[in-house]
Structure formats: structure tokens, C-alpha cells
Design a protein around this ligand. Structure first.
Ligand code: K1U
Ligand code: ZN
Length: 172
């Protein structure tokens, strides 16, 4: 397993739409292991492939409580097939926008279909933090970030701050 580098805004790779995974093979399983290691190390509770610069439709999650055993999950070619009309608000963060948190309103429950690490078809009904996290990660696969749900004023302010930091670090 290898820890990968997480890209931060304004890196344009975060705005790309990821392509479906053709076959769930050993390379994809190795990539999912690297993503889990990168997520745990960050630390975070989710990570999409585009956040390590890989434009494949897959993400990993672990929303288990800190004192509970790990519950790593791998979602390949995920699709939300149903969303509740009920909404819930969570304070979201993003490993690609470090140390910035804001409330975001999303459907409280979703049904998601995906392939697991073995390539088996799965469907789960998610609520609570799992539902929020699934939607946040699926957005990454479509080039969307949680700041896109905020006012233009807040979004522009955070993008400006990170663009300035990237320039100072010579990343642009
Ligand atoms: O996709 C990402 O950038 C990961 C992100 C997932 C997420 C968090 C909160 C709401 C929605 C989606 C994170 O993991 S940010 C870090 C974080 O929330 C966290 C870090 C350590 C312990 C607990 C939470
Ligand atoms: Zn994120």
C-alpha cells in the first residue's frame, strides 16, 4: 500500500468528470487500498480518486466512530438511484480544501448502487453521516465541490485564499 498525495483547490483536476471503471481487477483493488491508506493518514472519512489525481469513478469511505473498529468501504461506479425529499444539514469538510468547514444541506437519505472491491453489484440505503459522505464523494466524481453549495461570496473568498497559498508555494 502506498500513501498518495492529495490535491487541493484550485487544482483543475478537481473539476474534471471521472470515467467509469471498466473492470474491477487487481490494479483497481491496489488503488482502493492506496486510497484507504491515504484517507486514514490524512485523516479523513472519505476520499475520491480525483483527489489523488486519478480520474476514475471510485471512492472510499469509513464513517465508523473513532473508538469503533474500522469499517472501510469501497464504491466503484457508484450511482444514486433514489434520494429522500427530507433534507439534513451537516458541517462538511474536504481534504482538498483543508481546514475549511461549512454547513451544507443535502437529501437526508439515499439509495446507492455500486460495485464493491470484488466487483460484486451492491445497493445500500444510507442515512446520517454516511448519506452526506456518499453524496460529497459522488460530487467529486462529477467535478463538484461542497463549496459549490455555498454563496458566491463565500466560495470566491475560499478559492481566492487557496489560490494565493498555491502561488506562494509555487504550485501554479
Ligand atoms: O472527500 C473528502 O474530502 C473527505 C471529507 C469527507 C466528508 C467529511 C464531512 C462531511 C462530508 C464529507 C473528509 O473526510 S474531511 C475531514 C473530516 O471530516 C474528518 C477528519 C477526521 C476525523 C473526522 C472527520
Ligand atoms: Zn471532499
Amino acid at each position: 500500500m502506498t500513501k498518495r498525495s492529495i490535491v487541493t483547490i484550485p487544482d483543475p483536476v478537481l473539476r474534471e468528470v471521472c470515467a467509469p471503471v471498466d473492470t474491477v481487477d487487481d490494479d483497481i483493488r491496489a488503488l482502493s487500498d492506496d486510497m484507504l491508506e491515504t484517507m486514514y493518514d490524512a485523516p479523513g472519512i472519505g476520499l475520491a480518486a480525483s483527489q489523488i489525481g486519478i480520474l476514475k469513478r471510485m471512492f472510499v469511505l469509513d464513517v465508523a466512530k473513532e473508538d469503533a473498529p474500522k469499517e472501510p468501504m469501497v464504491f466503484i461506479n457508484p450511482k444514486i438511484v433514489w434520494s429522500s425529499e427530507d433534507l439534513s444539514v451537516y458541517q462538511e469538510g474536504c481534504l482538498s480544501i483543508p481546514e475549511y468547514f461549512e454547513d451544507v444541506e443535502r437529501p437526508a437519505e439515499v439509495m446507492v448502487q455500486f460495485l464493491d472491491r470484488e466487483g460484486a453489484e451492491k445497493e445500500i440505503r444510507a442515512n446520517g453521516l454516511l448519506a452526506t459522505c456518499v453524496q460529497h464523494e459522488l460530487d467529486h466524481l462529477d467535478g463538484k465541490l461542497f463549496i459549490d453549495y455555498l454563496s458566491k461570496l463565500k466560495r470566491d473568498r475560499v478559492i481566492k485564499k487557496f489560490t494565493k497559498q498555491a502561488k506562494l508555494a509555487g504550485k501554479d
